[in-house]
Design a protein around this ligand. Structure first.
Ligand code: ADP
Length: 190
């Protein structure tokens, strides 16, 4: 198996690059943000619990997120590897993921850090807002999401750096050029 975490602030391009990675490397894609949005649109019990949290741009509690993620991994027993997009977002989630994978005789092989400036993120999300219809793309909610990123999620980086797994990719430039750098990092780690 080859397991990858794609890491970066909101608007870094995680979703865009994940789609290209899955296509080329045939990994199973798990986006916790997409999963939460699906639960909300289908009005499931989980969707009802998290709806306001997402709308406010805050992180969903770890226990809910970890349970949902583990179930999704279990649902894909034949996957040759996973790309985790938007997870882990806290050190507690990162530790839980390591423990969970260890129990399956697996591990995270690579963490791709998409590096973009705060100014670029704000510009991109203002553009995305015009087509995404996402309530959390409003500017005040975006500020909350960026706050959450710099207060909680950023600590996931040293956690994986200590394991020697992080490759930093410049996330500003052409989508294809960034994808080329990502492929080089994956091929080197495989
Ligand atoms: P973005 O990367 O643009 O912020 P996502 O689609 O990854 O968007 O996430 C949207 C929202 O879903 C987050 O703001 C948060 O409320 C919730 N969420 C997604 N993943 C997690 C996670 N791992 N832990 C807690 N909350 C999460």
């Amino acid at each position: 198996m080859f397991n990858l975490v794609i890491f970066g602030p909101p608007g870094a391009g995680k979703g865009t690059q994940s789609a290209k990675i899955i296509d080329k490397y045939k990994l199973a894609h798990i986006s916790t943000g997409d999963m939460f949005r699906m639960h909300i649109s289908q009005d499931t019990a989980l969707g009802k619990r998290v709806k306001q949290i997402l709308a406010d741009g805050l992180l969903v509690p770890d226990s809910i997120t970890i349970d949902m993620l583990e179930e999704e991994v279990q649902r894909n027993p034949h996957a040759t590897g996973f790309i985790f997009d938007g997870f882990p977002r806290t050190v507690t989630q990162a530790e839980a993921l390591d423990t969970f994978l260890e129990g399956k005789g697996e591990k995270i092989d690579l963490v791709l850090q998409l590096d973009v400036t705060e100014e670029e993120i704000k510009n991109r999300i203002a553009e995305r807002k015009k087509v995404s219809g996402r309530a959390d793309d409003d500017e005040d909610k975006l500020i909350k999401r960026i706050d959450e990123y710099f207060s909680k999620t950023i600590h996931v980086l040293p956690y994986y750096q200590n394991q020697g797994k992080v490759v930093k990719i410049n996330g500003i430039g052409q989508v294809e050029g960034i994808f080329g750098m990502i492929c080089a990092a994956i091929d080197a780690a495989k």
